[in-house]
Write a protein that binds this ligand. Structure first.
Ligand code: 13P
Length: 253
């Protein structure tokens, strides 16, 4: 199984700083270990530039969101087909910030995932429990509901094209990280849900960890059996830290 390091830039950078960050990553792209997949998800306005700068390298460009419809009167929205037309290859869906601030439901996230799959793009599907869910012992139920609610409709070949990311909400941007045991236990649970669709789905779908992942904790997190890399927020905005995470991912190969 490949190891993936994906950077979710969120609503950060401007044109100049985005270009500089991508340049720094591209300069080191030659040293990405075999079996490591690097993905960056800059904001919409910088996606075309990112695709151009990353052309011919092993860095894949992803968007952070898309609309579920192919086109139409949805002012301000961006479709999966538009993303595809500019060379974007993947897109994050179901991030907790979109669930929380934009009221995205499991059903809507399922529709967005379907729109991406229909265009041949790779959905990076996020799920994860809130602090109160973990404290009340409901964390496995919450993640099960999120996965079943959004992904239950897909065929095995479709599921095999998805990347999953477990992002406990209490760990995002807080400096609190899931322990390696907490991450492994939840990833194993997610893997067992995939297994219900068949062994090939469980074997092929990477499950990334996200939430205050940085060079000081990545080695122990990425070292877990069912952790296939990371979805990185804050540390993906600093070329040196992100490249260090890419190097650590190479140690798993
Ligand atoms: P941080 O790495 O900043 O905690 O963010 C994680 C995240 O939300 C990635 O999608």
């Amino acid at each position: 199984m490949r190891t993936i390091v994906a950077g979710n830039w969120k609503m950060n950078t401007d044109r100049a700083s985005a270009a500089a960050l991508i340049s720094a990553l591209v300069k080191s792209a030659g040293s990405i270990a075999d079996g490591v997949q690097v993905i960056i998800a800059p904001p919409f306005p910088f996606l075309s530039m990112a695709v151009e700068q990353c052309a011919g390298t092993r860095i894949m460009v992803a968007a952070q969101n898309c609309h579920q419809a192919e086109k139409g009167a949805y002012t301000g929205e961006v479709s999966a087909s538009m993303l595809k037309s500019i060379g974007v290859q993947a897109c994050i869906v179901g991030h907790s910030e979109r669930r929380q601030y934009f009221s995205e439901s499991d059903a809507l996230i399922g529709e967005k995932t379907a729109a991406l799959l229909a265009q041949g793009l790779i959905p990076i599907f996020c799920c994860g429990e809130k602090k109160e869910d973990r404290e009340s012992g409901r964390h496995y139920d919450v993640v099960t509901e999120q996965m079943k609610g959004a992904l239950g409709r897909f065929t095995n070949p479709e599921l095999e094209r998805i990347i999953l990311a477990y992002e406990p909400v209490w760990a995002i941007g807080t400096g609190l990280t899931a322990s390696k045991e907490q991450a492994q236990d939840m990833h194993a649970h997610m893997r067992s849900l995939l297994h219900m669709h068949g062994p090939s789905v469980a074997e092929r779908v990477p499950i990334l960890y996200g939430g205050s992942c940085n060079p000081s904790n990545a080695e122990s997190l990425f070292g877990q059996h069912d952790v296939n890399g990371g979805l990185i927020g804050g540390a993906s905005l600093l070329a040196e830290q992100f490249l260090e995470l890419v190097r650590i991912a190479g140690m798993k190969q």
